[in-house]
Design a protein around this ligand. Sequence first.
Ligand code: 3HC
Length: 696
Amino acid sequence: MEPVRMEARTGASGGGVAVVTIANPPVNALAASVRAGLLRTLREAEDDPAVRAIVIAADGKAFIAGADISEFGKPPAPPSLPEVLQAIEQCAKPVVAALNGVALGGGMELALACHGRVVAPQGQLGLPEIKLGLIPGAGGTQRLPRILGAAPAFAMMLSGDPVDARKALSLGIADALAEGDLLGAACAHALRLADAEHPPRVRDRADRFSPEDRAAFEAAAAAALKRASGQPNVEALVASVRAALDLPFDEALAVERARFQALVEDPRSKALRHLFFAERAAGRVPGIGREVKARPIEQAAVIGAGTMGGGIAMCFAQAGIPVTLIEVKAEALDAGLARIRANYEASVKRGSLSQEEMDKRLSLIICAVGLDAAASADMVVEAAFEDMAVKAEIFSALDRVAKPGAILATNTSYLDVNAIAAMTQRPQDVVGLHFFSPANVMRLLEVVRGAATAPDVLVTSLDLGRRLGKLPVVVGVCYGFVGNRMLAKRTQAGERLLLAGALPHEVDAAVTQFGFRMGPFAMLDLAGIDIGWRARKATGGRAPVADALAEQGRFGQKTGRGFYLYPEGARAGVRDPETEALITSLSDAQGIVRRSFSAEEILARLFYPMVNEGAKILEEGIAARASDIDAVWVNGYNWPSFTGGPMFWAESVGLPKIVAALDAFAAETGDETLKPAPLLRHLAETGGVFAAGEGA
Ligand code: 3HC
């Protein structure tokens, strides 16, 4: 099918209007074929004496989701978007956009180049380029300030968030809101404009610019630049909006375009674009097609009202799904519900939640004692104690109680989902749903596919994850799944660094400098050093420094001391001479001559073993794609998004360099697990990349 078609509109409201319709599913991205089709049909309409006005419309739910992101970085195919937009703006006949759905990025820019804009109630307009490490590159930074003023336009482009149809109308971005027949309203508007002498052009406006607006913009720009140190797109946005105020339109447009094109080549934007596609690919399971339908989930149950269970129940309530919170004892339920209520009350106090919404969510959470209360749930999520015996008891009981077809999910972080499934007569209905703490906040959801998990259970879990506002990523069964399995490698490497001569603050500084919000030791102090210590006691594992700290009752923030010291009332830890002396004494006891490490070496020692583990995870099929691993680490562990995630980052470092370093680490420590995975070595030797040969 042609991506752009043109029809003549006849009848009372539409005679003399050419309707140009974009049809490029799924979201009408402005691919080369669409740009070419738009230019061609526009010229035809302009040359046709029977046409008085033109309406640009779109098929499907979206108007236009923007430039085609997959074309970025490839050789440019003419015509460029600015060329198409210039043709629209300079068209002698009025062009009106009929905005039926989202108009984002280049899609909104196209609408701004039109002479009029009519929006349907479900329309949304926004310039989200900043989220991809870019700025609008087809006039957005020039035309939006002319409609809103520089300061409000800058704020909108800096957030990247869209406005809805009503807001667009009240701001003057849209000229009219069409409650019913959008196309009819757009045609009527276009004909009205045809009766005027010249089609109105946004570029000719300067009525919103004023000294006050300029001052407000400069203040906002200074604040944004301070916050965004090192983010080139924020700097480019400031420069482009300033150009709108200082330069003639065409010159300023050229400034914007040059800035945009430079950003497209910036590795940070490439990383963010990689993640855009990674997050969407993560929801696709190789071998499971669209024919597999999700089971309906209208009612849920969560077993365990602890921090995790309570957080999961909040996720269901937030999505409007009634949920029964189940405990063995009424006291535990009361405590759990009190925690949930306190959490909501804090949000109401902060202003991020209305009282009404809080009441609504609380009314969706029903508390019950005993597993029988799970009988009517379509989805049961077990979030009880992390102990196989406890899980075994719960799942064999659930097998008796739950209705046929109910999905039985476990929130285990480490335990064998297949063994849990084997406790039931319906292993096909069992799946892992690994939420991250705090469950109501963290976006990642590892969906653990057991050996017997049915395809529709997987599809339902992915669907549900999205309903809960999560990013679901399918992973296979192994100790720690994708995220925690790789985290264990970082933790082990951190311990080694401390014993070899680095101090906690040096390691954490290297990691936060890299872009993480927190370093590994500050993180351990926050989570509680005792958690890993107790787990290691059970499994026979060793972490000499963390264990020594825990044995002294230094559990981290909760005891006021751990890797750092937390003086009364302090939120951030400070260096603790006692901890540092303890670390040095442990090195001495092992006969290690301590030495210093550069930030670069610290990162290599922490992250290369993780990348290696990621390669093993791929080899074993625990993750279907390297990009799934990146999606896990960015959304669950705060890996800095502008580096694209560990596997994308590894490729930017160079796989041969990583392989050589891992060989050296393995030789130095005698730890065979640090030897490069065969896949990693193969890719390094052949110049390959992780993405090659992956499932779609
Ligand atoms: N380019 C290419 N593909 C795109 C795309 C785009 N701009 N927007 C969405 N897609 C693809 C997705 O990759 C996905 O493909 P898949 O089915 O093969 O995985 C498909 O369209 C559907 O997307 P979603 O799964 O995200 O569908 P939703 O319905 O949840 O969301 C959306 C739709 C709100 C449009 C969302 O996709 C979105 O936010 N898209 C990106 C918008 C954007 O950032 N636009 C700016 C682009 S940069 C630009 O325009 C530069 C200009 O200034 C010159």
